[in-house]
Design a protein around this ligand. Structure first.
Ligand SMILES: *Cc1c(COP(=O)(O)O)cnc(C)c1O
Length: 228
């Protein structure tokens, strides 16, 4: 497992260097553990990581069952089927990929009482026709609806921009940061403090634009096998 420790040290060093270069405070490192085993999660936990991100509900539930002795904060970052909202609301602390009113409403009513679910709204920041997420111009009315739902704590925005050419990706991250600023102005008093952006290949650009959560899988755990 020393490979895992080496990888983690390298990712943390990249984050530190980017924060120094761009004069930013360090984002939360969310370890994306899709396709990885419960044993690998346990090993990374032993190295100090507490936040883990999963994309597939059943796979996540199986691993959670093996890891109930650990104080893990679970983040759901994958596409949400509306018939899975109850299980997601019950078994995760954060959801990064809310992009439909139906899903937001169903999550809200499924949150166990006494719990508050942290939500990021997914934004299709580069207007890609094949991607999920709201278009930036749809955000304000959608956020207004979500903020009215009980038991959801609407924390901010998430995006997965394409690599693009030149500085397209950096511009996409800056555009998402601008969307969050506008939302903060439109909804003062809302707990909108989160920009979930940046992955293995682009975390420096995301930090430059003010990321508060970077979601890193490959550069911590190694390359994923294709999911079958
Ligand atoms: C898989 C995934 C990641 C991690 O990507 P890597 O390139 O492996 O770091 C981050 N965010 C989302 C939404 C993902 O699905």
């Amino acid at each position: 497992m020393s490979k895992l420790a080496d990888n983690l040290t390298q990712v943390q060093a990249r984050i530190t260097a980017a924060c120094q270069q761009y004069h930013k405070t360090a984002p939360l490192l969310l370890a994306v553990s899709k396709t990885r085993s419960a044993a690998e999660i346990r090993a990374l936990y032993a190295l100090g990581i507490r936040h883990f991100g999963e994309n597939y509900l059943q796979e996540a539930l199986d691993k959670q069952q093996e890891l109930t002795d650990l104080a893990i904060v679970w983040h759901f970052i994958g596409p949400i089927q509306s018939n899975k909202t109850r299980a997601i609301a019950e078994n995760f602390d954060w959801i990064h990929s809310v992009d439909r009113e139906k899903v937001a409403t169903r999550l809200s009513v499924a949150v166990p009482s006494g719990k508050s679910l942290n939500v990021c709204v997914q934004v299709n920041i580069d207007h890609s026709p094949t991607k999920s997420g709201l278009l930036p111009e749809q955000l304000t009315p959608f956020l207004a609806e979500c903020l009215a739902l009980p038991q959801l704590s609407i924390r901010g925005l998430m995006a997965i921009p394409d690599p693009g050419e030149g500085n397209a990706q950096g511009q996409a991250f800056q555009a998402l940061a601008k969307c969050l600023q506008q939302a903060q102005q439109s909804f003062p008093g809302a707990p909108l403090d989160t920009l979930s952006m940046g992955m293995s290949g682009d975390l420096e650009l995301a930090i430059a634009a003010g990321s508060t959560i970077v979601r890193v899988g490959t550069d911590i755990f190694g390359a994923r096998a294709n999911k079958t």
